[in-house]
Each structure stands twice: as structure tokens, then as C-alpha cells.
Design a protein. Sequence first.
Length: 124
Amino acid sequence: MTTAWDRAYLARKPAKTYTTTIELRGGDAEIVVEYDYYKGSPGRTYGPPELCYPSEPAHVEIIAVMYGGVTITDNLSESQLESLEQEIEEHLTERLAADEQDYWDNVRKDRRYECSEVIQEDCE
């Protein structure tokens, strides 16, 4: 479910794109998928009832599917669209995991560098 805040936020930012290959009319075709990603929310289940709200899962919403600059979204079946959504979600999950790993690798490098400076100062 898209909230008013989500719609206002998305109006200010361009849609994301994802390029992939699907089978189209008996052959492989490279397509570009425009989509929005909603990160979801954990919800709130404590405190006064009027401040509580249910959690919402993260999800991908496909805006358009293009082949050769032509929009073909209406020509795809529900199963094809669901498959594309799932593929994009998997891609985003992998990318977020890689970004998080890069972040922690950099933190460890920074700490090692800081520790090596402290050890050198103590040795002098």
C-alpha cells in the first residue's frame, strides 16, 4: 500500500531502472524495467493504541517495462511481472548485503589504521 508520504517522496525522485533479459516471442530480449522500491517499515506494536500501526514488508512496484524504447508492460503476463519483481528484489537484497559488507570492511580498515597509529606513537 502506497502512503501519501511515499507518493510525495517518489514524486521528487526519478524511478530506478533495472536491465535484464527475458524470453519474448520465442527469443531472448533485453528489457529495461522502471520500478520503485519501498523499504517497508517495522510497524509499532507498543504504546497507546492510537500510535500503533502494522508492519509493512519491503516490495518492488513496476512502473514500466520497455523493449527498444517501447513500453510493453501491458503485453506481459502477471507471472512475468511477478517474476521481474522477484528478480529485482533479489538483486536489491544482494546489492544491499554487498554495500553493508563494504561498509564494515571500511570500518575495520579505519580501526586498524587508527590502532596502528596509536601503537607507533607508543613505540616512539
